[in-house]
Design a protein around this ligand. Sequence first.
Ligand code: COA
Length: 155
Amino acid sequence: MLPEDNYSGIIIRKAMLQDLPDIYTIEKLSFKAPYSRQYLIFLLANADVFIVAQLGNRIVGYSCSMLENYKGDLFGHVYSVAVHPEYRRMGLGTLLMQKTIEEFKRLGARTIRLECRVSNTDAIRLYEKLGFRIVSTMKKYYEDGEDAYVFVLTL
Ligand SMILES: CC(C)(COP(=O)(O)OP(=O)(O)OC[C@H]1O[C@@H](n2cnc3c(N)ncnc32)[C@H](O)[C@@H]1OP(=O)(O)O)[C@@H](O)C(=O)NCCC(=O)NCCS
């Protein structure tokens, strides 16, 4: 896994179980249907790329992804990326996604894939800025009936 990287006070490092309370707080502040505490514990133990952005002794953002296999092709699947509302628009989402992309290149993935609510304009701009492209729409993907865009980045 990546060594710690330091960007003017922000450290990007591998997530640890002790980060769970901060991650869960950000998750609840960021999503209509947040992952449960139990599911986050599962992801902390099993995700291939689970990184946090740390400022001082506080976690202010995270990104969590799995390496998956489709017919022999490895691809990174981003499960979640979120930044604490007080720390948005400062480049942290970009930083977390850039580190995630670097890690998947290192792990040998050919592409990275993620799903995003069609109404989530902040995230859509972030992904497009990083070179992701919409490849399809999944109808009623979310529990509340909203559609998802499927984004793919070719590495
Ligand atoms: C999406 C999210 C992770 C972006 O994090 P962030 O730290 O604010 O992102 P950045 O500061 O790196 O901004 C990245 C780009 O996203 C776009 N963006 C982010 N917030 C925006 C906003 N409020 N309005 C317009 N564009 C926005 C911009 O293009 C920005 O690039 P720029 O500042 O160079 O123009 C954050 O808004 C978030 O946590 N949202 C809730 C959780 C979520 O929806 N996650 C994505 C699930 S698919």
